[in-house]
Design a protein around this ligand. Structure first.
Ligand code: COA
Length: 330
C-alpha cells in the first residue's frame, strides 16, 4: 500500500498582538499569574472583517505553494474548527469557493483541539486507500469573539487565541510519511470543557437569556482537563510508538497541541525527552485549538527543526474529551 505524507504547510496569524497586560485591564488577572500557570505571554486576535475562512484560505495558499501543487490539484478539503464562521454550512465549503477548488468534497471536523489530527487521520486513510491523491487539511480558530472578558471568564479567556494552519497531503512511498494515526474520545467528559449555547439541546436553541447568563461562553473544569491531558498525551504518543515498534528515544521531535506550557512540560517529563525534542510556541499565540498543531508544524519546518528521515510525533488532547496522535517519518 502506498504511503501518505505532508507535502507543504502554511500558517496565518492575525497581526493584532494582545498581551497579558492588556487582558489585565479588562479583568482581574496579571501577567505573572498567566505566565506562571500557562506559559502564555501574548496571543493574536483577528480583525473584525476576518473570518476563519479567510485565515484558513491564506494558510492554505502558502501550504499549496510549498507543496508545489495548485488549487486545481486538490481532491478533498478537510476543515477543523470549533469556531465556524456560520452555524451551517461549514467552513470547508467556504474555502472550497475562496481557493477556487474544483467541486471537490469539503468535510468539516468538529473535534476541537484534536481536530487537526482527526483530519490528518482521514486524509491518511483516503490517500493510503487510493481514493484521493491530494488533500488539504486546515485548522482555524477565532476564539476572541466568543470569550468572556469579565473576571468570571478569566480562567478560560486568558488561554485562547486566534490563528490558522494548513497542510497539503499527498502520496508517498511505502514506509514514508504518516506511519499511523490514533484517535480517541470519551464523551462522558463532554461537559467538562464546552459551550452550552447555541445548541439544539435548548428549545429555542438560543435566547437573549442564554446570552445574558453567559451560556455561549466556553466553560472549563481546568483542573480536570489538566489531569486528563497529562495522562492522555503520553499514552497516545506511546500508542503510536508501540504500533510502529519504536520507543521514546527514537523520536526526533514531538509537536504537541499547545494547550498549556505546564502540560507540555509534564508530557516531556513522562517521556523523558530532552527539552529540544518537544516544540512549544504557546508563549506567543496561546491555545489556538485546531490551528495549534499546523501552526507549530509550519514553524518547525521553516526553522529547519525537521529533517529528512526524522521521526516526528504530533499529539493532541482537548474538549470531548478527545485525544489523538500521528507518527510521521519525514
Ligand atoms: N488570573 C488570575 N487568577 C485566576 C485566573 C486568572 N486568569 N483564572 C483563575 N484564577 C484564580 C481562580 O479564581 C482561583 O482563585 P481562588 O483560589 O481565589 O478560588 C485561583 O486562581 C486558582 O485557580 P485554579 O483553577 O485552582 O488554578 P489552576 O492552578 O488549576 O490553573 C488553569 C488554572 C486553567 C491554568 C489550569 O487548570 C489549566 O491549565 N488547566 C488546563 C487548561 C487547558 O489546557 N485547557 C485547554 C485544553 S485543550
Amino acid at each position: 500500500m502506498r504511503g501518505a505524507r505532508v507535502l507543504g504547510t502554511g500558517r496565518e496569524l492575525p497581526n493584532r498582538v494582545v498581551t497579558n497586560d492588556e487582558l489585565s485591564r479588562l479583568m482581574d488577572t496579571s501577567d505573572e499569574w498567566i505566565v506562571q500557570r500557562t506559559g502564555i505571554r501574548e496571543r493574536r486576535y483577528a480583525d473584525p472583517s476576518i473570518g476563519n475562512c479567510h485565515m484558513g484560505a491564506a494558510a492554505s495558499r502558502k501550504a499549496l505553494e510549498k507543496a508545489g501543487i495548485t488549487a486545481n490539484d486538490i481532491d478533498l478539503v478537510i476543515f477543523a474548527t470549533l469556531s465556524p464562521d456560520m452555524f451551517f454550512p461549514g467552513d470547508g465549503v467556504l474555502i472550497q469557493e475562496m481557493l477556487g477548488l474544483r467541486t471537490v468534497g469539503a468535510i468539516d471536523v468538529r473535534n476541537q483541539c484534536s481536530g487537526f489530527i482527526y483530519g490528518l487521520s482521514m486524509a491518511e486513510a483516503y490517500i493510503k486507500g487510493g481514493f484521493y491523491d491530494y488533500i488539504l487539511v486546515v485548522g482555524s480558530e477565532i476564539h476572541s469573539r466568543g470569550l468572556d472578558f469579565s473576571t468570571t471568564g478569566r480562567d478560560v479567556s486568558v488561554i485562547f487565541g486566534d490563528g490558522a494552519g494548513a497542510a497539503v497531503l499527498g502520496p508517498a512511498e511505502p514506509g514514508k510519511g504518516i506511519l499511523s494515526t490514533h484517535i480517541h474520545s470519551e464523551g462522558k467528559y463532554a461537559k467538562e470543557l464546552c459551550a452550552q449555547a447555541p445548541g439544539f439541546f435548548n428549545d429555542p436553541w438560543i435566547t437573549s437569556e442564554m446570552i445574558e447568563q453567559g451560556k455561549t461562553y466556553p466553560k472549563m473544569n481546568g483542573k480536570y482537563v489538566f489531569a486528563h491531558a497529562v495522562r492522555r498525551f503520553p499514552e497516545v504518543i506511546m500508542e503510536s510508538l508501540a504500533r510502529n515498534k519504536f520507543g521514546p528515544s527514537d523520536l526526533s521531535l514531538v509537536i504537541p497541541h499547545q494547550a498549556n506550557e505546564r502540560i507540555t512540560q509534564a508530557v516531556r517529563e513522562a517521556l523523558k525527552l530532552p527539552k529540544e525534542k518537544i516544540y512549544s510556541n504557546i508563549e506567543l499565540y496561546g491555545n489556538t485549538t485546531a490551528a495549534s498543531i499546523p501552526i507549530a508544524l509550519d514553524e518547525c519546518l521553516e526553522q529547519g527543526k525537521i529533517r529528512d528521515g526524522d521521526l516526528v510525533c504530533l499529539a493532541a488532547f482537548g474538549s470531548g474529551f478527545t485525544w489523538a496522535s500521528a507518527l510521521v517519518c519525514w
